[in-house]
Design a protein around this ligand. Sequence first.
Ligand code: ADP
Ligand code: MG
Length: 648
Amino acid sequence: MGRIHVLSEHVANKIAAGEVVERPASVLKELLENSLDAGAMRIKVQIEGGGKKLIQVTDDGCGMLRDDALLAFERHATSKIKDAEDLLNIDTLGFRGEALPSIGAVSRVALQTRAAEESSGTVLEIAGGKILKVEESGLPAGTSIAVRDLFFNTPARKKFLKAESTELSHLASLVTHYALAHPEKHFELHSATNAMLIAAPVQSHSDRIYQIFGKDILDQLVSVSVQMPLERVGLPEPPPWRREEGYERPEPGEIKVHGFVSKPEIQKLNRNSIFIFVNGRLVRDRLIQHALTEAYRNILPPTVYPVVLLFIELPHGEVDANVHPAKTEVRFRQHGFVHDFVRDSVRAALIKARPVPQFTREITAQPTAAPGFSPGAQAQPRSDPGNEFQLQAQPQDPVTERLQFSGAPIPVEANAAVSGFGAVPAPTLQQVERSDDACGNLLAEDDEDAQPASNLAFDSLRPLGQIRDSFILAVSSDGLWIIDQHVAHERVLFEKVLRERKDVADGQRLLMPLIVELTPGQQAVFAEISDELRRNGFEVELFGARTIAVKTAPAGVQPVEIDKMLLELLDQFQKEEQVLNLDKIRHKIAASIACHAAIKINTPLEQNKMEWLLKELAKTECPMTCPHGRPVMLRYSLKEIQRAFKRI
Ligand code: ADP
Ligand code: MG
């Protein structure tokens, strides 16, 4: 007898379950997606025991016909696609027909469903893949699926589950994000003891953010909204000889990116607060994550991450969702284009918002509003409520510990923040034309109205003096500002270097060539960036096998700093894991020159020098952060001053 045999359906389902159902949150994701695919407008989720005991999703969607209800638990049974061609054009969240049989194989499922066109509904019970009961019953239209005792028959899997509170926080985060993605729908999340989220339908995404998290969180975010027609080139079309008569080229459609990204002062230590939806599907996508990192380059330090809620919409034929059993990954047909489009859109929005760090950047927890980015986040009292005047904004301070998408599972009051709803105008969504230099373009057509109020008086800053010869104190009509003189000058020089970079830049000629010895690794990097160094004022020649001779260096850099700077640069590039692109090389070199040529701290400055610096800073594209992503200035607004003096 042969040694190979075909596995039974039962075993096959358990294997598939291993891929689809990893933890309670994966069950909930599939159920939520089914409800959304069914066109539901109201979705209610009930959780017990961190989802290990019960996950129940009730919707008012199209429901299932009696025969379909049974079929739904067969493997590869779906109402969403018919043939392989449909795979190229998936407009539903589900399509694999694997979720229900997989879930049914590793839990006890109770299904109640009625299609609107039938007078009675169906009740179905399945445990460990076996049908226990099928009955007709009077039911409301829609579907309710209760999943109990997850992994009861796969103890090995069960062992991997985390604490109830951890699983609950994942579940809460998931519902929150689908609620954020669909503001027009009603979402509810209940645990055994309380209502964790109740979100009635609202008009827009920003209304939803306000509704769930409150005004403070909304204020920390910059809105992005850009759309662009897709080029006609490279559309997926049959070759001419296979086209039917009267064939019309498909409309290229357009790509749209909208959503919210956090201001630079928000710094997260991991990517857990980055949420990306592609055509309504929540995905983890490395391409988009890379685009975001690029967008924040020189705005955020490289080791921290922003908070992002981004929706990317493009024609279904442009995205392949059939990449991963849990459908958490996608592939873009024109990936380079999508990457650059997202990068430029986000960067332009960030630069346009020119956010300035505030003195009191802590978010006060409001008793009625949701305090964190997750309905599970915890409201902590401020450590020292009377101390608002303190200059507490440290650049790396994770101020927004509470501003996160997934947090500890402490429930938030139901209907949080809904009471004051409507008081806050939605941020203006900008329509942005894409261009190669999105930033420059945008600033040229700067319209003051769209600017946050905090930036209005920025141009009229008047310096008063220095603190410890390091920080410039300045006033404008809307408050008090403290500017870090070194990073401010760094920003000015950084943009200047980038602007003035040319084929052969003039540098300062050194009296004696500076001989620098390189390791083999540094030599390799040097070979790659030497062209760009030359464009920035370096004249460097190979001098022996392992040494180089620097004859000219960029103006402004002290001769004693030149070799240190060069070696620093080479080491930085060596650490890069990604292939170097010209853009990155340019920015790094410019940042390095700026850093070494900028005014140091502990340097006394004359009044006119301070005035000059502030004026130059106001002209820059990103006056709020240095090229390494640190804040340049802090502001204490007039309102905050008045509040502190109890005048308002
Ligand atoms: P898929 O979503 O990939 O089609 P599933 O196993 O998740 O596969 O679901 C199988 C089928 O069951 C779906 O195609 C759909 O017709 C039906 N279904 C599942 N959930 C619902 C629901 N909440 N409302 C209506 N129909 C549903
Ligand atoms: Mg599904």
